[in-house]
Write a protein that binds this ligand. Structure first.
Ligand code: WT7
Length: 687
């Protein structure tokens, strides 16, 4: 076996063959690789020259030793880490209980802890003037910094406000905020009083917000008058007002004044943040929480139309966030860390807010986009603040790579040691561009694989320690025991150089404990698919050296620009349109966004297909879910390919879009096989 050989793809599995393909080009020998290990990149030497001290681990051997301990003696390993990384109100006695089979996993039992105390107080006491947040506003000149001392005071005030609004321990609070420091304050204020935060990405529509507020039974919503992103205004308060027309349980809306827009305030319900905080003292004691008390809910898409409220608990989640932040990003005191993710998604929760604050470093909160005012914005921010770690999704990198290397300018590399990638597979060309053009071969690229449900990184290199291969998320994090399973037989495939679906064999501290109000769905989605395992929903390969290559989702989830979308949810949005009879949505490979949404719809009698109608259908999805879910193409077809029992065969639609009409497979189960030809005609005509 050649050491540079990449693992093969599964061609036999329909679901896997439609996912984005990794680059198959023969790898060229990179400068930093040793001769016998082509395509393997070792942590670049220059990264160590910039280091404030040295990485937390001495090298791959120490990782292997600790990894082994984390798998064979998890209680010892995690007990030690939990005490080392966090400050507990009351120590735990039982590190771990429950099992994947029974769906009753619990960590750090008897322990009591408060998330905001760990993220804010302990650093504010030690060093109140240390910068906690660098706010990079949409306009480059409008930003400011918030110290740990200031953060503690503002978090305390807002915690008082929430209490005055009637929020009690265990209540849920919806947060519909853009990327401003107040988003961090809001999360911390909830955690401080034991309220469960449920952030809804501020790009979601009023209907989506309403559904999430209702499902979580939120009593309070926190928002702004407006948001500002890429020079454009977003009417956040207006969307909240619309959503709340159907949310009778919401008693109050707390509104932070971001732009000063003239907005209606509902008397008795809506209150201004700046007015309320003036009423209360600058300190409130943190509520000691049981390790297993919920910290937050975050809604994510699954195979069915209804989004799932993924529930994370306090102790385990914090341990996962702090441990991965420390080891994967090699975070050290004094670091200035910049994650470009939005707090509306899990990346923003764990790696804009929790991990950097738990470790007491400075986190950049960026309100804008990588393209505003121009394509140099990220590099300008990195230079301006001497950023040490940068973390972003491949979709942004593809955009910037395409914009041209002339934008990657400035003396921004001085302190930059780590370049993270997250959310989707990163193609080898993009990885190399990131390493060579952005990082100047002086920073290590870490491709981090994880999910909303895993809470923190599960497969990722440790910066300064793990050798990497472009396109591979490399090796499991501590405590993660991956298994490659044959989806046909359901059996685990042992050994190296294998492909299948990815599962985990052991519980880990930051895994989601349930789906809010739907534990049965949690069991069916994650723990009952392969008994004794946590099922990720992704296809993956393990190569001859034990490195993992994530292939993409094997279920009806599409990944557009790192946004996770459910095809069923988009179909449900389309069917709400009065003219649409039936809809089928599939993901197709897209150069810029990774995957793109394509919709096939049949329309009701008496209507004619037209461009205007197609536009209207796209608008329907924008309105119902949010702009980021809008289909890139809508095909109006006479009928959808259905089996005799009425099941839509999306596989056929995917094949037609891929131009693989000759590989449709078995179509004999279709109730009317002639529809395929008519669909092919529509797609050809549109192109
Ligand atoms: C899905 C989870 C985890 C934060 C952002 C997305 C895909 C995530 C990678 C990666 C290949 C990746 C998977 C996963 N994914 N990271 N490094 N390489 N694929 O969180 O919205 O819960 O989506 O994103 O398909 O299942 P999410």
């Amino acid at each position: 076996l050649s050491l540079s050989q990449q693992p093969r793809h599964i061609r036999t599995l329909q679901t896997l063959s439609t996912t984005p393909k990794m680059s198959q080009g023969s790898p060229k020998a990179p400068v930093v690789a040793e001769a016998h290990e082509v395509d393997t990149y070792h942590p670049p030497k220059k990264m160590f020259a910039k280091h404030p001290s040295k990485p937390h681990l001495s090298g791959l051997e120490e990782y292997q030793k600790l990894y082994k301990e984390s798998i064979t003696q998890p209680d010892k390993f995690w007990g030690r880490l939990a005490r080392e990384l966090l400050t507990w109100h009351r120590d735990f006695q039982t590190v771990r209980s429950g099992s994947l089979v029974n769906g009753d996993v619990a960590w750090f039992l008897e322990g009591e802890i408060n998330a905001s105390y760990n993220c804010v107080d302990r650093h504010a006491f030690a060093d109140p003037n240390r910068v906690a947040i660098i706010y990079e506003a949409d306009e480059p000149t409008d930003g400011r910094s918030v110290t740990y001392g200031e953060l503690l005071r503002e978090v305390s005030r807002v915690a008082h406000v929430l209490k005055a609004m009637g929020v009690r321990k265990g209540d849920t609070v919806a947060i519909y905020l853009p990327m401003i420091p107040e988003a961090v304050v809001a999360l911390m204020a909830c955690a401080r009083i034991g309220a469960i935060h449920s952030v809804v990405f501020a790009g979601f529509s009023a209907d989506s917000l309403r559904d999430r507020v209702l499902d979580a039974r939120c009593k309070v919503v926190i928002t702004t008058d407006e948001g500002k992103r890429g020079g454009k205004l977003i009417g956040t308060k207006k969307i909240v007002d619309e959503a709340l027309k159907q949310c009778p349980e919401v008693k109050h809306v707390l509104v932070y004044k971001r732009t000063g827009a003239d907005i209606p305030m509902t008397p008795g319900r809506d209150l201004w943040w700046h007015e309320e905080v003036q009423k209360y003292p600058n300190y409130i004691p943190p509520e000691p929480m049981n390790s297993e008390d919920p910290l937050f809910l975050l809604y994510t898409s699954g195979s069915t139309g209804k989004p799932k409220g993924v529930m994370h608990t306090t102790g385990g989640y914090l341990v996962g966030a702090a441990a991965t932040g420390k080891y994967v990003f090699d975070i050290h005191p004094g670091d200035r860390y910049f994650c470009g993710g939005d707090v509306g998604w899990i990346t923003g929760h764990t790696y804009v807010v929790y991990a950097p604050l738990l470790l007491g470093v400075t986190t950049v909160v960026f309100e804008g986009t990588p393209a505003y005012p121009n394509f140099s914005r990220y590099w300008d921010i990195i230079e301006k603040h001497g950023v040490t770690q940068f973390y972003v999704a491949p979709t942004a990198l593809r955009l910037l790579k395409r914009a041209g290397d002339q934008f990657v300018k400035g003396d921004f590399n001085k302190h930059l040691r780590v370049l993270g990638s997250v959310g989707e597979p990163i193609a080898a060309e993009v990885w190399k561009w990131y390493f060579e053009v952005v990082g100047k071969e002086e920073a290590q690229v870490v491709d981090t694989y994880w999910q909303t449900e895993t809470g923190s990184h599960v497969i990722a290199p440790l910066a300064g320690v793990t050798p990497t291969k472009p396109g591979s998320a490399s090796l499991p994090f501590f405590g993660i025991e991956p298994a490659i399973i044959d989806p046909v037989s359901g059996e685990e495939i042992h050994g190296n150089d294998v492909e299948g679906v990815l599962a985990f064999k052991q519980p880990w501290p930051s895994m989601a404990r349930t789906v809010w109000g739907a534990h049965k769905r949690y069991m069916e989605t994650y723990l009952n698919v392969y008994k004794g395992y946590y099922f990720t929903g992704d296809g993956a390969g393990r190569d001859h050296e034990g490195f993992y290559w994530i292939r993409g989702r094997v279920d009806d989830v599409v990944n557009v620009s790192g946004h996770r979308l459910s095809t069923a949810e988009i179909e449900a949005a389309l069917i709400e349109h009065p003219i649409i009879a039936e809809a089928a949505v599939v993901g197709v490979a897209d150069e810029l966004t990774g995957q793109a949404v394509n919709a096939f719809v049949s329309i009701k009698e008496g209507h004619e297909a037209s461009d205007a109608l197609r536009k209207e259908f796209i608008l329907q999805v924008r309105r119902s879910i949010g702009p980021f879910a809008a289909p890139k193409a809508v095909y109006i077809v006479p009928d959808l390919p259905k089996t005799r029992s009425g099941k839509i065969m999306r596989r056929i639609l995917r094949k037609v879009l891929a131009g693989e009409e000759d590989q449709l497979g078995d179509v004999t189960t279709l109730s009317d096989p002639s529809v395929v030809g008519r669909i092919i005609d529509v797609v050809r005509e549109a192109r």
